[in-house]
Design a protein around this ligand. Structure first.
Ligand code: ANZ
Ligand code: ZN
Length: 875
């Protein structure tokens, strides 16, 4: 038994740096690229180096760390890496604001945040740190790009994008707010520019099918979001021939999921970018202004669906493929060029958007499905809703097709039109190919060369990486790379002539799509991933991150895994076997409102609260001026509400272990966590009590050599052992299977209470108490590793070598039980008996009790024995 002196007071700040230093010195969390025996890869989504950690990070990384440390305690080799999603727009914005190069800003942030992460005490193999903005990383991304380009899985095409004329850049749909650029506020235009695309649609079916492999490891809700995003629909391409080929030569093809409504088509609508619209504008110049108008505004499907319907007739006609009647072609703002064929057969009676459009422009409406509630064939403005949406009804007003239901109609139209090349079945995905070109500086250079005579030529592999110059300070006007001849001037690898490098960079989602794989062998210089390392560590066993990444990041990473698999770089079909999506971190908000309605938000750290007995806030004043502020309720921590709690302040005040225990105890990991100072203090008190219990035990047991003798335990000792081993079983299950870290901690708090109440009268009882304390400290290690390591050391145990305690099944079974003894239904005595005692023996012992005997005034008329519970004697 170690007897070194230990501080009786829990002082986190005195312990934590030392323990962290010890881990670093001994490289405790370092793992090899290849491992024999049980191993596991636990990964939390890597951070963007924005400047400092926020509570969401603390929660995310603590969850990952608890799982990692638990499996280490189970004797497994655990890979838990960390790195930086280091390219992206904020670095450029900071550059514009502070005139500092994005590289410098980024690396300084990384240095600061790395220290913060280290102060949290995460069991990370820091030798595997990766920053995506380093050429060592992105050269392999460029390498893959070149392979995919050669295979045709990346292509270049002109495409219509949201263009911000002030920022001179393409905007993502979500960066368009009310038709304006999110940063500049400028009216967004649509523009055609050449962009590189990943052919993710080639993998759409597989991305959908393989969700099946994830159904036990991923949250249901995320699987649904993935499925909807991929959006498989089955429909038909139907061709409407030109009514007059001397005016318009081509035929018009539409995509429809409701071919059964074909006889209800009253017009055809095309997108403003459709080639037929251009032709029509040549004939009718007044269309140009409208086409131009459609170029503004968003290309987002959601926006388009809800925008006010606008349109103009083209003056061109097509022929209905069945009746041969002329159908007028309209340009409509609700038709997307990027979906199907950019043209729709409009059936206003059964499609809401067509209905709205037809009403606005006075176009005919013809019912062809006999839906319930629409008995009358004439259009009735009050019942039109009943007509659309339903695939259940039978066809009406559809000539020889009357009476058919959806599937029969589908087959009948195919049978009739397919031989004439006027229809074909089609599976359509909502998923679009992934445009990856960004007109930005701080990103991975696209490894392509543009040659006037040879076109687009990939950079030869031996010339990779194409390095991004790091000493550039963007000024906000377009992409600086496009203004740097020293970057873009090059020679064509094909013809040797003068050529120009691509100056666009890749979407930063590309870097985050494969970092999980790079961690397996971050320093490998002969390829993306060392084959043995990929074999050892992939797929990630447990991935943890915010639900905000449920769609795009996860979809792209799944896609990349398949791309890399097909390139022979990794095996398996999916990158993340299990996924945990953590909930948001909420905190109280406080504000004052000016007469104008403008709100000023106060940080919770600057607000003094008064609470009632139940802990509810009853009053709040600003600490600076002592005046009241309005209580705004709990909201997601954010800059806009100024309700972020700085993790550093918590760590400085209470230590990392308290911050970790609080974030794990306050809520199950997938639910919202409500920040509360009282909760933080409570967690800190718990750790202090653990400390006090351990140190006072060490004092009273000093210089004793304890040995646990299970055969001669007092009842209290048996009870404590049972509680201890029940807790071990529960905590193990809570952490490993249920990911219910909050109840795991609650169980440890209970155990602490039980141990604290236990009084020892013998060395054997001391040995029992010691067993319980060591079990508690070990179970607590995933949550409060510093405290745990420091205290366990006093018991001669090195946490880094320790194992999660084993459940002693013999301690779980109760050897004795308490039986209540009644006479005529009244409680007269209690009996402590062995659990395996027979009914007769229990009865005999009950009757022999002196306090019972005095009531047995005559022979018993009835003797009732309820096993494990009670004996009732009736006299
Ligand atoms: C006729 C029809 C009748 C339609 C009806 C719907 C209901 P999903 O299911 O999402 O795949 N559509 C086709 N291409 C379009 C485009 N480029 N822009 C806007 N809308 C387009 O949607 C397929 C339906 O969306 C298609 O089926 C088409 O309208 C419309 F009672 O055709 B439907
Ligand atoms: Zn050339």
């Amino acid at each position: 038994m170690a007897t070194s002196h230990i501080d009786p007071e829990y002082q986190a700040n005195a312990i934590e740096p030392n323990v962290q230093q010890d881990w670093e010195n001994r490289k405790v969390f370092k793992v090899a690229d290849t491992v024999e025996g049980k191993h596991r890869y636990i990964l939390s989504m890597f951070p963007y180096p924005s400047g400092k950690l926020h509570m969401g990070h603390v929660r995310n990384y603590t969850i990952g760390d608890v799982i990692s440390r638990f499996h280490r305690l189970k004797g497994e080799t655990v890979l838990q890496p960390m790195g930086w999603d280091a390219f992206g727009l904020p670095a450029e914005n900071a550059a514009i604001a502070h005139k500092v190069a994005p590289a410098k800003w980024t690396f300084e942030n990384i240095d600061y945040m790395r220290n913060q992460l280290k102060s949290l005490g995460l069991a990370i193999d820091w030798d595997r740190e990766v920053a995506t903005c380093t050429p060592e990383y992105y050269r392999w991304e460029q390498w893959l790009f070149v392979q995919l380009y050669k295979k045709g899985l990346i292509y270049r095409k002109l495409s219509t994008v949201n263009w911000d004329p002030v920022d001179q850049t393409v905007l993502a749909n979500e960066q368009v707010v009310d038709g304006r650029g999110w940063r500049s506020g400028a009216l967004v235009e649509k523009r055609d520019i050449p962009m590189y695309y990943f052919r993710i649609t080639d993998y759409a079916q597989e991305l959908l099918d393989d969700l099946e492999q994830l159904k036990d490891g991923w949250p249901q809700q995320v699987l649904t979001m993935q499925r909807n995003w991929i959006g498989r629909s089955e429909g038909m391409d139907i061709t409407f021939p030109s009514a007059d080929t001397s005016i318009y030569a081509d035929e018009l093809t539409v995509y429809t999921t409701r071919p059964d409504t074909l006889m209800g088509v009253t017009y055809v609508a095309i997108a403003a970018e459709h080639p037929m619209a251009k032709k029509a504008a040549e004939l009718r110049p007044e269309l140009n202004a409208f086409i131009e108008e459609c170029r503004h505004g968003s290309v987002s499907e959601a926006d388009v669906a809800t925008a006010e319907k606008k349109g103009m007739a083209t003056g061109l006609y097509v022929k209905h493929p069945i009746t041969g009647e002329n159908v007028e072609v309209w340009i409509a703002n609700y038709v997307l060029m990027s979906y199907g064929s950019g043209a729709v057969m409009a059936v206003p009676a059964h499609d809401e958007r067509d209905f709205e459009f037809a009403n606005k422009f006075g176009l005919p409406i013809k019912q062809v499905i006999d839906a319930q509630g629409a008995k009358d064939n004439a259009y009735d403005a009050t019942t039109w809703q009943d007509w659309y949406g339903s695939k259940e009804g039978k066809l009406v007003n559809s000539a020889q097709f009357d009476g058919l239901k959806f599937q029969d109609a589908f087959d009948a139209f195919i049978e009739l039109l397919a031989p004439k090349n006027l229809a074909s079945k089609k599976v359509q995905f909502r998923l679009r190919d992934w445009g990856v070109s960004r007109q930005r500086y701080w990103g991975c250079p696209i490894p392509m060369i543009n040659c006037e005579s040879c076109g687009q030529v990939p950079v030869p592999e031996d010339q990779l990486p194409v390095e991004l110059p790091t000493d550039v300070v963007p000024d906000g006007s377009g992409n600086p790379l496009a203004k740097m001849p020293e970057f873009y001037e090059t020679t064509c690898p094909h013809c040797g002539g003068a050529a120009k490098r691509e100056t666009d960079t890749l979407d930063t989602f590309v870097e985050s799509s494969w970092y999980y794989a790079r961690y397996a062998s971050p320093d490998f210089t002969d390829g993306m991933i060392k084959p043995e390392a990929a074999q050892t560590w992939l797929p990630v066993n447990q991935y943890i991150g915010g639900v905000e990444h449920a769609i795009l990041h996860l979809l792209y990473a799944r896609f990349f895994h398949k791309l890399m698999r097909d390139e022979g770089v990794v095996q398996g079909n999916e990158p993340f076997a299990n996924l945990l999506t953590q909930g948001m971190v909420l905190a109280d908000t406080f504000y004052r409102e000016e007469e104008s309605g403008k709100k000023t938000w106060f940080n919770p750290a600057d607000v003094e609260l008064t609470r009632d007995e139940k802990g509810r806030i009853t009053a709040a004043v600003c600490k600076i001026d002592g005046q009241p502020v309005i209580i705004g309720g709990q909201e997601k921590m954010s800059k806009s509400k100024n309700n972020g709690v700085d993790p550093q302040a918590i760590i400085n005040q209470y230590g990392a272990d308290t911050a970790r225990v609080f974030t794990m105890f306050a809520a199950p990991p997938d639910q919202s966590l409500e920040w509360s100072d009282a909760g933080v203090e409570g967690s800190n008190r718990f750790l202090k009590r653990v400390w006090r219990l351990s140190t006072s035990f060490l004092e009273k047991s000093a210089n004793k050599s304890l040995h646990l003798d299970k055969a001669t335990l007092s009842k209290d000792a048996q009870d404590l052992r049972r509680k201890t081993h029940e807790t071990i079983a529960k905590v193990g299950d809570d952490i490993e299977r249920r990911h219910a870290f909050n109840t795991a901690i609650a169980a440890q708090m209970e155990l602490l209470n039980t141990i604290t109440k236990f009084t020892t009268t013998s060395d054997n009882e001391l040995a029992v108490e010691q067993e319980s304390i060591i079990a508690l400290l070990t179970m607590l290690a995933p949550f409060a590793p510093h405290l745990s390591q420091k205290l366990l050391a006093q018991f001669g145990i090195d946490l880094t070598e320790a194992r999660f305690p084993m459940v002693d099944e013999s301690a779980l079974t109760r050897n004795t039980q308490t039986i209540v003894v009644q006479v005529n239904g009244k409680l007269r005595g209690k009996l402590e008996v062995a659990t395996n005692l027979s009914k007769d023996e229990i009865l005999a012992q009950a009757k022999a009790l002196p306090e019972v005997q005095q009531f047995l005034t005559g022979p018993t008329k009835k003797e009732i024995v309820v096993p494990n519970k009670l004996v009732n004697l009736v006299v």
